[in-house]
Write a protein that binds this ligand. Sequence first.
Ligand code: ADP
Ligand code: MG
Length: 299
Amino acid sequence: MSIRFESVTKRFGEATFALSDVSFGVDPGELVVLTGPSGSGKTTIMRLLIREYTPEEGEVFFEDQSLAKLRHRQVPTHRRQIGVVFQDYKLLSELNVWENIALPLSIIGKDEAETESRVTDLLKLVGLTDKAYLFPSQLSGGEAQRISIARALATGPSLIFADEPTGNLDPAASLEVIKLLRQINRLGTTVLIATHDAIVLEFLKAERQLELKLGKLVHDSRPHQKAKKPVETKEAAESETLPEPEETEVESLDDDEPAEKAAVKKVPEVEKPKSHRPKTEEKSDNSKKSAKKPAHAVT
Ligand code: ADP
Ligand code: MG
């Protein structure tokens, strides 16, 4: 998964420049911290990536595909490649944890067996297997955010964009969430974290940082040649030497490596969405299950 912003300007009206002539590139497998004060344009970058916004000037590329050239009907498939994590989690309150994670899978028509195995792996990855049958209101903020990360990973996106993921969390929960995002990155998914949280910035200071101010990219701690021009030859690609990030220990939230790898692996696309209702009954004994049953049918 690669991203390229080429001289991107996004305006609202005549005077508000959410982004002003912004150029940068992100290579597959990178972890990039997008920082800058409130209003500097971080969320706008996410909305451009999911093609919710289109720029007034410049071009955004995802996997070398110009997003301006995506047809309307291609947008949902494009969006499936990007898992977005929000500050306020955006879990559905009437669905339990298991069903929240399963929802994106049911939307793309995954069968019950695959859904069950994926949700199981994802719950293991985020370390919350024992919370599967709780509802969002029964979770701490940190737990809710870890579930929203599991949901973002459900369809096997190549990019996770976490937009102020620790904005509602205390320092301890913030670090757990950031360590989880870093672990997901180390398992192979490209991760962008938009944040102005000092704790997060300090913790990720060895990672690449892009800094925005009033819509301008004012600093890139590891600029890429690709931001301006794609590398054309193999030799040029090989000569592109980037400083290695400081080695830090991988904090594993779970010892089960193969399950973690499986949890972030790509889910192949299916042709036609079909209706699916997550199977919760057989999954646990009644003592684990919440008394409330969600009155919903996922379509
Ligand atoms: P950040 O995420 O860094 O806080 P945003 O990308 O949300 O910043 O916003 C950047 C600027 O663009 C702000 O001035 C904001 O008010 C403006 N902006 C963003 N989205 C919209 C919109 N949909 N309509 C009008 N102005 C917007
Ligand atoms: Mg924002």
